[in-house]
Design a protein around this ligand. Sequence first.
Ligand SMILES: Cc1cc2nc3c(=O)[nH]c(=O)nc-3n(C[C@H](O)[C@H](O)[C@H](O)COP(=O)(O)OP(=O)(O)OC[C@H]3O[C@@H](n4cnc5c(N)ncnc54)[C@H](O)[C@@H]3O)c2cc1C
Length: 494
Amino acid sequence: MSGGRAVLIIGAGIAGLSAGIYARKNGYDVTVLEMHDKPGGMCTSWRREDFTFDYSIHNLAGSGRGSGLRKLWEELGALDGLEIIDYQEFVRIEDQEGRSFTMYSDIGRTAAEMRRLSPGDEAMIRKHERMARRFAGLDLFGSAMSRTGMLRLLPHLRTVMRLGKVTLEDKAAEFTDPFLRRAFPAVQYGFSNMPLIVHYIFQGGLDRGDLGFVKGGSLVFSRNLEARFLALGGKMRYRSRVTKVLVEGSRAAGVRLEDGTELRADTVISAADGRSTIFGLLGGKNKDQLIEDYYHSGWWPKDQEMGSSVFLGVRRDLSDEPHALSLLLREPISVDGGKLDRLDLELFDARTGLVPEGKGVIKVNLPCDYDRWKELSRDRKMKLQAKKDIIELMISTLERRFPGLAGQVEVSDMTTLVTCERYTGCFRGLQPWGSKRDQSRISRKGLSRTLPGLDDFYMAGQWAEAGVGIPTAALSARRAVKAMCKRDGIRFKG
Ligand SMILES: Cc1cc2nc3c(=O)[nH]c(=O)nc-3n(C[C@H](O)[C@H](O)[C@H](O)COP(=O)(O)OP(=O)(O)OC[C@H]3O[C@@H](n4cnc5c(N)ncnc54)[C@H](O)[C@@H]3O)c2cc1C
C-alpha cells in the first residue's frame, strides 16, 4: 500500500491508534503525534518491582468470540496473540458480618444468589432474570457495528429508555432483604447512581461470554494496536506534544509542536482531550453552544467515583479471591475529605499475567476530589504525605478481610485525577461529563466529531463522543476515518 493524502493524528491513546490503523488501511499517509514516550493514554499499566499495576481495562466489551463488537477488535488486530480471561464472578459484595452477594457472569446463578438472600422477592427476581436474558439476546455492545444491529434494537428502545431512568439504588430498594438492598447498588464498579439499563447490558454481555479481561493488562493491549499500526506502515512520533493546530482560511492545515516544528497535512484528527483541543490548540474559535455548555457549565461531580486508585503489590496468593470485590464496611472511614462505607477492589493473581506466582495486586478504587488534589499537588511533600496516609488507611482497613496484609505489602502506589490529567492531558482527569439534558443530545450525535467552521479536521475518542470506554474510543476513530473516506470518495475498508 503506498502513501496517500497526509493525515496527522494527535494522541496515541486507543482512539489515536485506532484512527491510525483505519487510516492506513484506507491508503492514507499517517503520522501519530504523542506527547509521551509510549502508547495507550489512559489504557496503560506500569511496573513496580515484581508487580504490574494496571490502570484501565477491567472488562473489555467485544472480547467474546460471539460478540458483534469482536469484529472491531479483529479489524484492528487488537487481540491478536492475546489471551482473554473470562471470570465466572463479575463482582462479589461482602459485609463484615460474613454475608455476601455475587453477581455471576451466568444470569441464572446471579438470580439464584438473589433468591438465596431474598426468597420473598421471587416474582421480582423472576422479572429481573427475564430482563437480563432479553439483553443477553440483544448483544447491545455489538449493535454499534452495523445498521442491522441498530435496527434490531428499535423494538426495545422504549424499555431501554425506561430503564435508563431507574438507578441501581432505585432497584435495590425493591429487595426485602436489607443486606441485598445495601449490596446491589455496588454491582457496577460502585456507581450506585448508574442507570439500571447498564447493569442489564453488562449482565447480558457477561452471560454471552463477553466482557473478558485481557491477560497482561492494558498496556499490552495498547502495544498490540501500536504494533499493528507500525506494521501497516504508519509513522509514530513520541515526545511530540502538539501546541497548535494550524488553520488556513477555514481548514486545518497541520500542527505546531512544542519545539516549534510545523508539520503540514491534508487532514488533522485530534484524538486528544477535547477541552485542550478546542480551547487550547484551536484557541476556542470553533465551537457551538453545546460544546461551550459542556466544558464550562461546571457540571462535574465533587467526588468522582473511581477517580483515585491505590495499588498494593503483595506477597500473597490471591487465586482464591474474586476478580472484583466490594467490601461493605460496618463503620464508615474518612477518605479524601469524605466518608466511605464501602471499598471497591480489583484483585489480580498470577493468572492475569501481572504478577508472579504467589503474589498479587490489590487495587482499591476510590472517589477523588479533583480540586483538593490539584491544590495538594502544588506542594510535592504534602501530596506525597496525603497519598501515604491513604495507602496506610487502606492497608489497615483491609487487614480484617486479608489477615496479615500489613506484613505482605512489598510496594504501593496511588493515582488521582491529577495524575491522569498530567499523564494524558485529560481535563479534570477522568472522563467526560455533562448535564442530563446535554447527554441525551450528545448520545445521538456525539459532542465534537467535527467542529463548526473548520474543514479537514475530525475528532475521535472519549471526548468526541462524551462517553468513556475502550470500544467507544475505537468506534469513534472508525467513524472519523469513515467520514474522511466519504469526503475523499474512498470506499471505507474496515
Ligand atoms: C480507572 C479507569 C478504568 C477504566 N476501565 C475501563 C474498562 O474496564 N473498560 C473500558 O472499556 N474502559 C475503561 N476505562 C476507560 C478507557 O480507558 C478510556 O475511555 C479510553 O482509554 C480513552 O481513550 P482515548 O483514546 O479517547 O483517550 P486517552 O486515553 O486520554 O488518549 C489521549 C492521548 O492523547 C495524548 N495527548 C493529549 N494531548 C496531546 C497533545 N497536545 N499532543 C500530543 N499528544 C497528546 C495523551 O497523552 C494520550 O495518549 C477506564 C478508565 C479509567 C481511568
